[in-house]
Design a protein around this ligand. Structure first.
Ligand code: DAH
Length: 338
């Protein structure tokens, strides 16, 4: 039996040495030491031995067993170390390599222009106010003296939510809301999003406008001209401006304000459609009908209003030809406005 044990020992030793996976080593351990393992078998055989042989063989079995356990433990440590080294060398980090650069964001050019414009009016003492984008038909049209038959009310020009609610098509209804809640004298601007069902090189279904309103005693067209001329010079520098008679239902008289074309300086070019002028906003004296609607007495107070497209001003400031570029979010386009 002694020889049998020795043979077993040799074959186990060989198997452990040749093995090189942790899982296989565990399988070996179970097959030797487990309940049904080789040593259990050997212990069972001890019954056949004489009383004299039994303790000696028992001792050999025990020594062999602890030898094997020791061997397995050592092999276990060796394999674990090898695995760790392999992992460490495959995950090595070369700290001398340049890192991945994190690109900083930029303020969107439309927002940048909006802030720029806001600041000019804030310096002149205007309040900056907000109004809802989901608006009453009443404030968007009726209160602004826009006839029921006016084409801007058509389904093709306005996103209706129901008969009395819509997505505002202009920031002008904020004038109404503001006058209903404040007394004259007042000065406010309202920048924000507006919606119209259009999509081409110069129209997107959502765009930004800024409304302005000044109401007080003896406010005249001269005040309108003074403030808006100052504003345009702040934005575009020393350039000629002109007020061209126009019509808006909520102002009387009304005008459109133009600034001299910065490409051709009045000579006529493609940008200004050969006119030498670029249209930048609508304006006028607040119509007495509008004042009456909000409970102001046109005999007591007067005022002027104006409305401009933020995208249009941004396009003119930066020489951008296609309005849609603002909303495509191509980083190559946006990055230019750092
Ligand atoms: N609401 C007008 C539009 O969307 C712009 C406008 C023109 C606003 C004249 C005004 C104004 O306040 O006086 O086309």
């Amino acid at each position: 039996m002694k020889e049998e044990i020795l043979k077993i020992k040799e074959s186990i030793e060989k198997a452990i040495k040749e093995n090189d996976s942790l899982q296989a080593l565990e399988d070996l351990r179970v097959s030797y030491m487990g309940k049904k393992g080789i040593f259990t078998e050997l212990s069972k055989k001890m019954k056949e031995l004489t009383n004299e042989e039994r303790p000696k063989v028992g001792q050999i079995i025990n020594e062999t067993k602890s030898f094997i356990i020791d061997l397995i433990d050592k092999k276990n440590i060796e394999l674990k170390e090898r695995e760790l080294n392999k992992k460490l060398s495959s995950e090595v980090v070369d700290i001398s390599l340049p890192g991945v650069r994190c690109q900083g964001g930029t303020i969107h050019p439309v927002n940048e222009t909006m802030n720029f414009i806001k600041n000019i009016f804030v310096k002149m003492g205007f309040d900056v106010v907000d109004g809802p984008e989901i608006e009453k038909v009443e404030y968007n049209f009726d209160a602004l003296n826009i006839l029921k038959s006016h084409p801007s009310r058509d389904l093709t020009d306005t996103f209706y939510i129901n008969d009395s609610v819509l997505l505002r098509t202009q920031t002008s209804p904020v004038q109404i809301r503001y006058m209903l809640e404040h007394k004259a004298p007042l000065r406010m601007i309202c920048p924000g999003k507006v919606y119209r069902p259009d999509y081409d090189i110069s129209h997107t279904p959502m765009f930004h406008q800024m409304e302005g309103l000044v109401i007080g005693k003896d406010i005249s067209f001269a005040d309108l001209k003074g403030i808006l001329t100052y504003f345009v010079k702040e934005v575009f520098g020393e350039r000629k401006v002109r007020f061209r008679p126009h019509f808006f239902p909520f102002t009387e008289p009304s005008a459109e304000m133009d600034v001299e074309c910065n490409i051709c300086h009045g000579e006529g070019c493609r940008l200004c459609k050969e006119s030498g002028w670029l249209e930048i906003m609508g304006c006028g004296m607040v119509d007495p009908e509008v004042l009456k609607y909000v409970g102001f007495d046109p005999g007591e107070v007067s005022g002027f209003a104006f409305g401009l497209g933020i995208e249009r001003i941004t396009m003119l400031r930066h020489g951008i030809g296609d309005l849609r570029a603002f909303f495509e979010n191509d980083v190559r386009f946006l990055k230019q406005f750092k």
